[in-house]
Design a binder for this molecule. Structure first.
Ligand code: ZN
Length: 316
């Protein structure tokens, strides 16, 4: 078996579902997550530990996290807005905890009602919490630089502010930082520039993942730019689930099916079985009728004679 060269982190059950109007029933979520893992996805962001009043779509996150932990080998990732969420995540046994820090302070206040200073304080407390968790149970702790490529409220955010946020997250005790194009404002040149700049202050080993949206159709171009810069973990959601309220017809995250197709066609192994991955769309369609699923590859099908990367012979 060939070792995967990139890690696809499926965020549909979190980023996708939290942006859907309808709530996916818990049993359907479990079926979907199980099927995604069976298709070869090794990391899935299964939910967000937020107030059920704010996001009813995420109210079953503790149960979903405990369920996902029963899937052998799966890295169970979750989002937390604060220390309270992190405590619940640790209790449920999450393997990876992501705390978003919106580099746009206006967005930060609007999104999680906190200033940068307050989020950094939480980051410190969460770092202490995870470090105090027993060996083998200690989750990986990522600080995510949200709205890194621009904010719908503030517009562009100065690079100096982004770099300062990255430095402060690492100093607070995060294991690494991630870059997040929450608004789908990024372009390949900006992706290259920001990866280099952030790595310049935190070190290449402390920035390995990127979270991209396909709001303006540049998702895969941005992925490729990030890959060329050495990024190895890519967030995406099945069917580009989630959409965007302010851009009708635009998908949410990068579409997992198209992302896997691109890498496999390039000879970069993802470990994901494309046919099995695409088959999981029917679970989502059945549970969320009326929710549009995006993706070119599922519609067009695989090219005749297509060979996934892991089956490819040596390059000639
Ligand atoms: Zn997102």
């Amino acid at each position: 078996m060939t070792q995967s060269k990139v890690l696809i982190s499926e965020v549909g059950p979190r980023d996708g579902l939290q942006n859907c109007g309808a709530v996916m029933p818990t049993e359907a979520k479990k079926r979907w997550i199980g099927a995604l893992a069976a298709a070869g996805l090794r990391e899935i962001e299964v939910g967000s530990f937020v107030s059920p009043k704010l996001l009813p779509q995420m109210q079953d996150t503790p149960e979903i996290t405990r369920f996902a932990k029963t899937i052998p080998g799966l890295v169970v990732a979750v989002l937390v807005p604060n220390l309270k969420g992190a405590q619940a995540a640790v209790q449920a046994g999450a393997d990876k905890i992501t705390l978003p820090l919106s580099v746009s302070e206006t967005h930060c206040l609007r999104n999680i009602r906190r200033t940068h200073d307050e989020v950094i304080e939480d980051a410190r407390a969460i770092a202490a919490l995870v470090k105090g968790t027993g060996p083998g149970r200690r989750p990986h702790f990522e600080g995510s630089l949200s709205t890194a490529f621009g904010c719908t409220l503030e517009g562009p955010v100065p690079e100096s502010v982004i770099l300062r946020c990255a430095e402060r997250l690492m100093a607070a005790g995060c294991d690494e930082v991630g870059l997040s194009d929450t608004t789908g404002y990024g372009d390949p040149a900006a992706v290259r520039r920001l990866i280099r700049a952030v790595r310049g202050v935190v070190g290449a080993q402390n920035l390995t993942g990127i979270h991209l949206h396909n709001t303006r159709g540049l998702g895969l171009a941005n992925v490729l730019a990030a890959y060329d810069e050495g990024i190895t973990t890519f967030d995406s959601s099945l069917g580009g689930l989630g959409g965007c309220l302010t851009a009708p017809g635009a998908s949410g995250n990068v579409v997992t099916e198209d992302l896997v197709f691109m890498f496999e066609a390039m000879g970069v192994a993802t470990g994901v079985d494309l046919e099995a991955l695409m088959a999981t769309r029917s679970i989502v369609s059945a549970a969320l009728p009326g929710e549009e699923l995006y993706g070119f590859t599922p519609r067009a099908g695989l090219p005749l004679g297509f060979r996934p990367a892991r089956a490819a012979g040596p390059a000639v």
